[in-house]
Design a protein. Structure first.
Length: 329
């Protein structure tokens, strides 16, 4: 079995979950962890058995025998950190949102292609078996032609102006942190919208506390999407077709099953419980791509991530939200 040596850049809570799930990926080895705080890196390495711990992100790129880097820093840093790794010839799995805007995303893609180095957005939702099954059911017209999609993601988060979620300098707000999930699923299931409307309620720092998006499509479908840091929502995704409806079971960002109910028939549930949190699905897919010497994923191509960033840019334009020092887009 081929071994893939992983590096982790940024050691927050999501990095801990990702590394814990690497235990479910055959051939995955935690090789190096990097933080700007060397003591934090050493503690993380001790917790998960990493061979190396370094106190800077630049130092990570100099560690020998490294195959792929998972980037788990705040949104505002994805662009710079992915560029750092790509220019060092290291394959990159970069947390969502891919970047702050489409201009930054395009630069990452350009460098990836010029360097011939693998790059993928870490949109873990795409790789859950439940999502694959939902796509297959829609393709087979099990619920007829989809005419409406409803998806939301929300939770109550204490207001901390300097915290990651509310700080405009860290590209905070509900849209880029959690609203990206409903938008991603709308794109995956319905494609590119022809009309976009959006409204937002700002937090005290100016980022969006809550966001509501309405989309329309050339085929006659519509979508109603919402995200908020102000209250818990159902965190659901439901598709309504001319011949029934389909629902992702569990939280829409990490679904563990599918419920399909054709008109006039009883609902049928399909269950796919993950062994961990579910991050191992995307990690295993990255390793499959690397084993095949691919430079991007066939399931989540770079064109898809760029299109999603463009949609996010459009939504932010409708909301009137722009981040300090934001370039491109």
């Amino acid at each position: 079995m081929q071994t893939f040596r992983w590096g982790i850049l940024g050691l927050g809570s999501i990095a801990r979950k990702f590394v814990a799930d690497l235990a479910h990926v055959p051939g995955a080895v935690l090789h190096v962890v990097a933080s700007r705080d060397l003591a934090k890196a050493r503690a993380f390495a001790a917790d998960f058995g990493a061979a190396h711990a370094v106190g800077s992100y630049e130092a990570l790129t100099a560690v020998p025998d490294l195959d792929v880097v998972y980037i788990a820093t705040p949104h505002s840093e994805h662009h710079a950190h992915a560029l750092l790794c790509l220019r060092a010839g290291l394959a990159v799995l970069c947390e969502k949102p891919f970047t702050v805007n489409a201009g930054q995303a395009q630069e990452l893609i350009t460098v990836s292609q010029a360097q011939g180095v693998f790059l993928m957005e870490a949109f873990w939702t795409r790789f859950f078996p439940a999502v694959a099954h939902a796509l297959a059911l829609l393709k087979s017209s099990t619920i007829g032609e989809v005419k409406h999609l409803v998806a939301d993601f929300g939770g109550f988060m204490p207001y901390e102006p300097l915290g990651r979620l509310f700080n405009p300098n860290l590209a905070g707000g509900s849209l880029l942190d959690i609203g990206v999930y409903p938008l991603f699923l709308s794109q995956l299931f319905l494609g590119r919208p022809t009309a976009v409307a959006a409204v937002a309620v700002p937090a005290g720092t100016g980022v969006d506390l809550s966001c509501a998006v309405s989309l329309a499509y050339a085929g006659g479908a519509t979508a109603s999407l919402a995200s908020t840091l102000a209250a818990p929502l159902d965190n659901q995704c439901v598709l309504y077709g001319t011949g029934g409806q389909l629902r992702l079971l569990g939280p829409m960002y990490a679904p563990h099953g599918v419920r399909v109910q054709p008109l006039g028939q009883a609902a049928q549930d399909f269950s796919y419980p993950p062994p961990g949190d579910g991050y191992h699905y995307e990690a295993a897919h990255v390793q499959e791509c690397l084993a095949q010497r691919l430079h991007e994923s066939p399931l989540l191509p770079l064109s898809s991530s760029l299109e999603l960033m463009r949609l996010l840019d459009t939504v932010r334009q409708r909301m009137g939200l722009r981040y300090p020092g934001e370039g491109g887009g």
